[in-house]
Design a protein around this ligand. Structure first.
Ligand SMILES: [Zn+2]
Length: 153
């Protein structure tokens, strides 16, 4: 995805919203550096989710026009796995680690110079978000209760 100013509507302005987008199960986060360099990530619950602990999320990054798997989040830590398509010192992996880091640290989120955006689709069910409140939280109104219960907000 290319950054453009229309995205500002979907800017992630709270650490709660970032967590919704990363842990909803069907999430998207674009990370934009002050240089305007952009990385787009998908945070998806495993399809065969009974094979994995409940909190596992697979992370992939948009490269050209395809998503490539880069690693997984477990117990709120991002790590590479055998199938990761990029290694530790790539910007894509550093970006994913950075997102995990600021999702864990509200004080860092507050002062980051990076900007984050969601896609306008619900991070839980993937439907287009219709309400203002939903857009602010990165999830539709119906799914907001679910994700809040899950994340213990
Ligand atoms: Zn939803």
């Amino acid at each position: 995805m290319i950054y453009n100013h229309q995205l500002d509507k979907f800017r992630i302005t709270s650490v709660e919203t970032l967590n919704n987008c990363m842990f909803g199960g069907n999430g998207f986060v674009a990370l934009v550096a002050p240089s305007m360099k952009c990385h787009s990530y998908r945070f998806i619950k495993p399809k065969n989710s009974s094979d994995f602990p409940d909190d596992v999320i697979f992370v992939s990054v948009l490269h050209e026009d395809k998503y490539f798997y880069i690693g997984m989040i477990e117990e709120r830590r991002f790590r590479l796995t055998r199938n990761s398509r990029f290694d530790e010192d790539t910007e894509s992996v550093k970006g994913a680690k950075y997102l995990m880091d600021i999702a864990n640290k509200p004080e860092v989120f507050k002062f980051t110079s990076m900007k984050m955006y969601h896609s306008g689709r619900c991070a839980v069910c993937g439907r287009k978000i219709r309400s203002e409140k939903g857009i602010e939280h990165g999830v539709g109104t119906k799914c907001l209760c679910k994700i809040r219960a899950k994340l213990g907000v």
